[in-house]
Ligand binder design. Structure first.
Ligand code: AHG
Ligand code: MN
Ligand code: MN
Ligand code: MN
Length: 339
């Protein structure tokens, strides 16, 4: 066969990151180096996920993290991959990862001015059955760059202060969705090139969507507003009586990825069992909220934009509803009405 002409000039993730850098005056290419390091980490984990069943990397590691979750072998492999890649990039001063209780302070000669918060492997419960998992990351710039003075104050900041965020989903293909605050671009890993190639230059989430995504097994514990909203979805109240579809993978990355592309809403509310919600503010809620808002959608805790929160600890949790603008606005309205 012949190679289509457009395939002879792929825009790779690295090339795209450079074009973003050129748009910000005074940029010295350090964020570019950092984002490339994340790209390399994602390629490594993508390959590990695809070989896991063959390489003896499935199953439990026999340890648990600070949140009391049992760690899978791949959780730990992915964590090491990103820690190493980020340290080696020379651009980070602090790393926050789901899998470690304490923040990691990077020492010289590797220290830089960025803080990276990450969920190395999201959706661990899906590893052993081959369902989509992912990596989520968010990036802050230190408050006093170049000072050598870095503390937890550099981390306990609202999501609005993130300079970049994204995720990679290891699904039927590996997808990277990324924002540096000027919209969202999507890339697909071309396994023959070993490069992420742009496939979604400007992601726009539809203003409405007929898909809702929530762990309905928790329904008895939901608050009134969430119950009402889900009833409306089933009744098709705002869809000419045509019921919405339910889709729930159980990997936030996969559920959010579908929501970005097809529209609809993803919810992990606070409930009687988890009064603060389940998902973690820094490395799950904030990056996904930034992507959703940059794609024209919304993200809320129920009362206000998720990005406005200030976490009170590095593993703090919060309720989250995110997706199509009008769906999220409806939930906020019901929260007001139900109190
Ligand atoms: P992780 O695998 O990184 O610990 O995250 C799991 C999260 C998230 O991926 C998903 O949306 C949620 O847990 C699913 O929770 P339930 O099993 O309670 O529905
Ligand atoms: Mn976990
Ligand atoms: Mn997760
Ligand atoms: Mn995880």
């Amino acid at each position: 066969g012949t190679v289509a002409l457009e395939e002879t000039d792929p825009l790779t993730l690295s090339a795209w990151i450079l074009t973003q850098q050129h748009k910000s005056a005074g940029a010295r290419g350090r964020l570019t180096v950092l984002l490339n390091a994340i790209g390399v980490g994602c390629k490594f984990v993508s390959s590990a996920v695809r070989r896991a069943g063959l390489a003896g990397m499935m199953g439990m590691a026999g340890s648990s993290n600070v949140q009391g979750e049992d760690q899978k072998k791949l959780d730990l492999v992915a964590n090491e991959v990103f820690k190493n890649s980020l340290r080696r990039s020379g651009q980070c001063c602090i790393l926050i990862t789901e899998e470690e209780d304490e923040p990691i302070f990077i020492e010289e000669p590797h220290r830089g001015d960025y803080i990276v918060v990450f969920d190395p492997l999201d959706g661990s419960s899906n590893i052993d059955c081959g369902v989509s998992v992912g990596t989520i990351f968010g990036i802050y710039k230190a408050k006093n760059p170049g000072s050598g003075n870095y503390s937890l104050e550099d981390v306990m900041r609202p999501g609005t202060e993130m300079v970049a965020a994204g995720y990679c989903m290891y699904g039927s293909m590996s997808y990277m969705m990324i924002t540096t605050g000027k919209g969202v671009a999507g890339f697909t890993l071309d396994p023959t090139l070993g490069e992420f190639v742009i496939t979604h230059p400007s992601v726009q989430v539809p203003p409405r969507g007929a898909i809702y995504s929530i762990n309905e097994g928790n329904a008895v514990n939901w608050d009134e507003a969430t119950k009402k909203y889900v009833e409306e979805c089933k009744a098709g109240t705002f869809n000419n009586g045509k019921p919405y579809s339910l889709r729930y993978v159980g990997s936030m990355v996969a559920d959010v990825h579908r929501t970005l592309l097809y529209g609809g809403i993803f919810m992990y509310p606070a409930d009687k069992k988890s009064p603060k919600g389940k998902l973690r503010v820094l490395y799950e809620c904030f990056p996904m909220a930034m992507l959703m808002e940059q794609a024209g959608g919304k993200s809320t805790t129920g009362t206000a934009s998720s990005l406005g929160m200030v976490p009170d600890s590095i593993h703090a949790r919060a309720p989250i509803y995110l997706g199509s603008r009008e769906e999220v606005e409806r939930i906020e309205q019901l929260k007001k009405e139900c109190g």
